[in-house]
Design a protein around this ligand. Structure first.
Ligand SMILES: Cc1cc2nc3c(=O)[nH]c(=O)nc-3n(C[C@H](O)[C@H](O)[C@H](O)COP(=O)(O)OP(=O)(O)OC[C@H]3O[C@@H](n4cnc5c(N)ncnc54)[C@H](O)[C@@H]3O)c2cc1C
Length: 382
């Protein structure tokens, strides 16, 4: 068994860490306070090659393995969750459907701006009445000559209303089978299409500089060639996208937990109470030790899932295990770090306050913890 990263992976980690620390970290608090979506940072991540990282070079990608992509997400999340989720959603949810299900023509048309980070793609699965039960999609698409006419709504869609959003790929019911079961298809809706209404951005607990909107489709017409993958395969295809995306969310969780561990260990040696650093108290030191243990376990589970995916092996259960464990470890780590910072941890001038708010959604997005447990249990035959 080999636990070392390759020299290339280590070198790439150093490059992304340097970028995260010098370009993102100094702006993270202000972006959180204003909710500003930083287009320039997205383009800078694009210039580093992050948006095409795990995709084949002949599609304009970086040809890296998934583990390298996870390392990049981890390093960005270590300093700022909003930029990490912007990247994760752009790659795993925005571009990946075109890579896996697009025709060569569709890939040629839609991918260049997504893999370069010039523009962003969004993934519209969740609806007001269909979240965990995503198969309960109510959005419909009806064929009318050479066009599809889409009606319905999507909710909580990341990267869907930025100035550089290229498209949202959605699930829509396009027909019913003989038993009346809905046939769900993926359809690409370009930004700016008539009948696509982008609602105001949400006021969120965290991920404040990440862009999230509800979308409404009112007789929204797109050409017939905007169907991605085969008609009727849309739900299954999106579940495949989510299986892989969960590894990236696990990596984001590892990064956030590591960021909290860094902050808490430093603070525990600097802050003095009762005449000595607070870390000299076993009550504080053990808390830091527990954080370090959970970060290690979360990272190993995440890298294993990425490795399985890179080997072309089955990774559905392992991705769910990594996402479940790492997201809960991240939430625990942010709570512990805030506790170690005491009253200062409650103040926005310290990053742990923002991280505490940013972490919670890791247990919700791309499948809640309950859905991960359900999936793991079902893989175990229960
Ligand atoms: C900031 C943010 C960004 C997001 N970005 C996107 C995006 O880009 N694209 C997208 O499509 N979606 C996105 N989502 C949506 C996200 O994936 C859903 O919120 C999530 O899947 C849960 O769906 P829901 O909110 O409808 O909750 P519900 O499904 O209503 O669940 C409510 C609660 O009930 C529990 N529950 C439901 N069913 C069961 C069950 N069978 N057994 C046990 N417990 C159950 C859930 O675990 C949860 O605790 C985003 C969400 C947020 C908050």
């Amino acid at each position: 068994m080999q636990f070392d990263l390759t020299e290339e992976q280590e070198a790439f980690r150093a490059v992304v860490r340097d970028f995260a620390v010098t370009s993102i970290a100094p702006r993270a608090a202000e972006m959180d306070a204003t909710g500003e979506f930083p287009v320039d940072l997205v383009h800078a991540m694009g210039d580093l090659g992050l948006f095409g990282l795990p995709f084949p070079e002949d599609l304009g990608g970086g040809g890296s393995d998934y583990l390298t992509y996870c390392i990049a997400i981890e390093e960005i999340a270590r300093v700022d969750a909003s930029m990490a989720i912007t990247l994760e959603a752009g790659v795993s949810l925005g571009a990946a459907p075109f890579v896996y299900f697009g025709t060569p023509e569709q890939q040629k048309r839609w991918l260049p701006d997504l893999v370069s980070g010039r523009r962003l793609g969004a993934f519209g699965l969740t609806e007001p009445e269909a979240g965990s039960d995503a198969g309960a999609t109510r959005t419909t698409a009806v064929r009318d000559g050479d066009e599809w006419v889409v009606n319905g709504a999507k909710t909580f869609i990341t990267n869907s209303g930025t100035p550089i959003t290229q498209n949202v790929t959605i699930t829509a019911v396009t027909s019913r089978d003989a038993g009346g079961r809905p046939q769900i298809t993926n359809i690409v809706i370009p930004a700016g299409t008539e009948g696509l209404v982008v609602e105001s951005k949400y006021a969120k607990m965290g991920w404040r500089a990440s862009d999230t909107h509800g979308l409404v489709f009112q007789d929204c017409r797109v050409p017939a060639d905007h169907v991605l993958g085969a008609e009727g395969d849309g739900f299954r295809n999106f579940l495949r996208i989510l299986d892989e995306g969960r590894i990236a969310i696990a990596a984001m969780s590892v990064g956030m937990a590591q960021g909290c561990l860094d902050e808490a260990s430093r603070y525990a040696t600097e802050r003095v109470a009762f005449g000595r650093p607070i870390g000299k108290n076993q009550g504080v030191a053990f808390r830091v030790a527990d954080m370090a243990t959970a970060v290690d376990a979360a990272r190993l589970l995440t890298y294993r899932a990425a490795w399985l995916r890179d080997q072309g092996r089955s990774f559905k259960k392992e991705a769910a295990i990594a996402k479940l464990y790492a997201s809960e470890a991240a939430v625990d780590a942010t709570r512990s770090a805030t506790q170690i910072f005491g009253g200062y941890g409650y103040m926005d001038e310290y990053p742990v306050s923002r991280m505490y708010r940013d972490a919670k959604v890791l247990e919700i997005g791309e499948g809640t913890s309950e859905i991960q447990r359900q999936l793991i249990a079902s893989e175990l035959g229960l």
